[in-house]
Design a protein around this ligand. Structure first.
Ligand code: NAP
Length: 281
């Protein structure tokens, strides 16, 4: 039952009508038996300032932020935590009695999922991340701070890979590599993280790398979660590599947001079940 006391949470982004976040967040709230509701709103960039003011005035306790507002939102917040500052993007806002505080739960959500789903010693990994966008940045910082052995960033825009590698090298051995060098780099890699949209629905036949580049000593982690079994994941399985699906990051970044808003641990298994049953393509 929604009443005047129900606490409100939301997702704002440019194209959120297909988002699964309301399904998994409301399933969690219901299971936790807390009087909260989560809704999603399409907000264009030109209306972002007004949308933030509206959420604040209407007393929303917090909200998630998705593309394309994760960077722009920062200028409307009172405080941004250190990790989100380094990443340069915010995906979760806490409204603390009118004071807006920004966080980024993507990287830490990825790490929780990786630790939970793969038997892995993080600090012994040699990592390649393909992509240098928001997801790559959030994961790069978290893994660098966890003390991985090395981090290589490969992407089609070399300047972006170089900029990210330079920042990560504050924490670990990090370098940018060109796509031409990716095949050779993967031979020395233990954890390969795919952080571009290649292979995402509806382009499900595409793969970011040739299957012959993969090998059985690799953990292949594909952030694409729709479909769950991407062409990359299927190829990795055939090569005997360990696989890590993108769904876990989606669940844990949401779980971390709930923890920030409610200071309670949400039922991750319920959120995952809800996501799986909501029928990703
Ligand atoms: P983003 O900020 O737009 O970054 C995308 C990155 O991919 C950029 O570095 C881009 O390079 C690169 N890229 C795109 N197409 C490419 C191609 N054909 N060849 C080589 N590089 C290419 O997006 P994002 O937010 O980081 O998201 C990246 C992927 O992760 C998406 O598939 C998204 O769905 C997924 N994701 C999953 C989760 C999860 O919970 N599982 C969370 C966040 C994101 P340029 O800069 O040169 O364009």
């Amino acid at each position: 039952m929604i009443t005047t006391r129900t606490e409100q949470f939301a997702l704002i982004g440019d194209q959120v009508y297909h988002s699964k976040s309301p399904d998994i967040m409301n399933a969690a709230f219901s299971h936790m038996q807390i009087d909260c509701i989560y809704t999603a709103y399409n907000v264009s960039l030109k209306n972002l300032r007004e949308a933030v003011t509206a959420l604040k005035v209407l007393g929303f306790r917090g909200w998630n932020v998705t593309l394309p507002h994760k960077v722009e939102i920062i200028k409307y917040l009172d405080l941004v935590d250190q990790t989100a500052q380094e990443i340069g993007a915010v995906n979760t806002v806490v409204n603390d009695d009118g004071k807006l505080i920004g966080y980024n739960t993507d990287g830490i959500g990825y790490l929780r999922s990786l630790k939970e789903e793969v038997n892995i010693n993080i600090s012994s990994q040699h990592v390649v991340i393909l992509g240098a966008g928001g997801a790559a940045r959030s994961i790069g910082f978290v893994l660098a701070k966890e003390g991985v052995q090395s981090l290589s960033i490969a992407t089609r825009t070399m300047a972006k890979a170089e900029a990210l590698a330079e920042k990560l090298s504050l924490y670990t051995k990090a370098k940018a590599i060109s796509l031409v060098d990716l095949e050779a780099e993967l031979k020395k890699t233990t954890l390969f993280i795919h952080a571009t949209s290649i292979g995402m629905h509806p382009q499900v036949r595409e793969s970011p790398v040739a299957s012959k580049w993969l090998h059985s000593d690799l953990i292949v982690s594909d952030l694409v979660y729709n479909p769950k079994h991407t062409t990359l994941i299927k190829a990795a399985k055939e090569k005997g590599a360990t696989i890590h699906y993108g769904l876990g990051m989606l669940v844990y970044q949401a779980a971390n947001a709930i923890e920030l808003w409610t200071e309670r641990k949400p039922p991750v298994h319920i959120m995952r079940e809800k996501l799986e049953e909501s029928g990703l393509s």
